[in-house]
Design a protein around this ligand. Sequence first.
Ligand code: ADP
Ligand code: ASP
Ligand code: MG
Length: 803
Amino acid sequence: MTSARQLHKFGGSSLANPECYKRVANILKEYSSPADLVVVSAAGSTTNRLIEWISALEKDGRIAHEILQELRQFQIKLIDELLPEEKAQPLLELINQEFMALGEINFPVTEVMRASILGHGEVWSSRLLAALLSYLDMEAVQLDSRDFLRAERGAQPEVDRGRSLPLLKEKLAQHGKLRVVITGFMARNDAGETVLLGRNGSDYSATVIGALAEASRVTIWSDVAGVYSADPRKVTDACLLPLLRLDEASELARLAAPVLHSRTLQPVAQSAMDLSLRCSYQPESGSTRIERVLASGRGAKIITSLDEVLLIQIHFGAGHDFTRLESDLMRSLTRAQLQPLAMQSQPDQGLVSLAYTAEIAASAMTYLQDTAVGAEIKLREGYSMVAAVGAGVTINPNHCYGFYQKLKNAPVEFISEADSGLSLVAILRKTNVAELVVDVHSQLFQAQKRVAIALCGKGNIGSSWLELFAEQKAELEKRRGMSFDLVAVVDSQTYWLDLNGIDPTQAITRFEDESVVNDGQAWLHTLAHQTDYHEVVVMDVTASAELASQYEAIAEHGMHLICANKVAGSASTQDYQRVVNAFDKTGRHWLYNATVGAGLPVNYAIRDLRNSGDQITAVSGIFSGTLSWLFQQFDGSVPFTDLVDLAWQQGLTEPDPRSDLDGSDVMRKLVIVARESGLEIEPESVKVESLVPDELKDLSTDDFFDKGKVLNELLSERLAKAQKQGKVLRYIARLSRDGKATVGVEALSPDHALANLLPCDNVFAIESKWYKDNPLVIKGPGAGRSVTAGALQSDLNRLSNLI
Ligand code: ADP
Ligand code: ASP
Ligand code: MG
């Protein structure tokens, strides 16, 4: 025996008609050498026809006769069309004798007879292929596997390799350098009876004979190019798996996928032989190679199913040591090689349910009846199976979630995880399995959308969002079935970009080492031309006018934008509209929930009212957390600038508190709210009362505090006047439908809706057609790291709904 010898196995699908036989001959001409071995199944659906014939014998002799005649015609036609008359003659004589002998068989047909009848299919195809090859100058002989393969009967017989090896050696020695065409599917026992290896058993014949003959490679040729992510006849977008781990292939076979008989991988695991699957219709259309190196498993690779599954339910009854009985049962099933497809254990009911294929169930039932003493055993029909197979599937959260999610409304009896972690198996009451397979397949394998995020601004809010994102990422990905990767962190001078993804927990600490000079927005250019991600989101948490000037470009490059930056939203109508149009035109999204009221859902509420048919007539409120805090504290006992100093020290103001005090920030928010309410507004048209007197405008921050007296005097006077009327001062923004917009200090009675707040709270009172007499009030913390970071995350979540 030479190690260069190969074995080619052709299944029924590769021998379905004369054309197929010719294709097989061509494949052997091209891909095989003279001493190679060939294993064949029965041509087309010959085995199925023989099975139908046997069952018809019992019921209706006339139909049985018809089936047999049809099969005879099919076999004769193959011979006639493939061989010239003189070569065909001896084969026709043999086959006529065989059909005559079959025709004399009457009911009842014993198990032994049945095996030998079913074996005819393989005998016919091996004889014909050997003759065809010889005729085509590839000298070949037929060999009956029963002459050397030894196995005992059983539900899933295993070939006795020790006893088969010398017999095979002897046979092969007789044939020297001829191609040997061997029958698949069959072995023989000591009593000289035919032992069938089970449906699709020729796959196993091929690997076991290959291992015995020390073949370097076994190729299983069928009508598909290899193992696909699902049965390609059921799932049109199933994809071919060029490599499949040995243990994954074994699991697929164990679950009775027709593409591989359940024992096929056993001889491969126990030898150094290679195994490939290829398509005999298009040999170069790709293949699946079974790999031994255990590349780390990342989840499901194949969705497989069985239309017909039976459940054996074993009821141990109360008062027994259930755990012991169950483990004894499983041990004995393993010994008898009757491991179920899946099992469910219900100790509280003393019940074990075992799922089997229709082929095995009867044997398993008989075995259990003989062994499980005292237990009540029931065989239940009418089940099916759907399974996801692949190393790591049971620990891949997306795949587990997707699998359960898609089966949520199906009549699931139970779902079990293989101990090996190689499969998730659902047993269902009979249902439309094909549809479920399509659903589960698309849920698990549809190219997962990859979203890249570039964070601009890594200050207070930016770093807070990074913490939140790190915490929420896995959950968001699971919920949305997409991946979200932070790929860039940008500040005013430098940026760090890595398309492989940046760990959000290290984005700040490693930024200095990793970042490069931000020269002319190079990061934006790189992101615009990347191809690794389906979507890119720019997150602007700066106050930069320069970055705001890039918004149009961001849209034109096909990116989305989430911002807390108010510059563009409150720009002149012309500039603002240009940005809106750019996003409209490219179908990208611009979300800016965080620009107003931090996390308070103000923009959402206004937008939703309008989309529902309401009309906003007025909006008023306190839009600045800083000014809210200052005026809540300001009762005259402490000068106003001392309070500003205190707020400044507590980080409640902008670095230069005058940005808060001059009302420009509130004005920007008012413009954004106005636009959200459907009003056209120019920022210049807002009447803003600045709390920064002209003479304090251009001073340094320190000097501003030193010279704050002017401001104190001004406000003390206002306060005194208000207090005289029993009122308090508040910094209020107002907008009405006629376009009047003001921002400034007002005196309100202390129980006014806009006065009665907690320090730092924002309040928005929305008046509309529906909320006319009593406005809709949204109130709560309107500034702060975590609520603003939350607003950004909320936009990201919303965006993931839109893309
Ligand atoms: P053969 O007759 O050559 O032994 P089979 O019909 O037994 O071929 O097996 C091949 C068939 O297996 C394919 O036609 C396909 O419909 C089915 N099949 C089921 N699941 C898969 C899968 N995951 N990948 C490829 N084929 C599969
Ligand atoms: N001919 C047998 C069957 O149809 C064996 C095989 O195809 O592998 O199951
Ligand atoms: Mg098969």
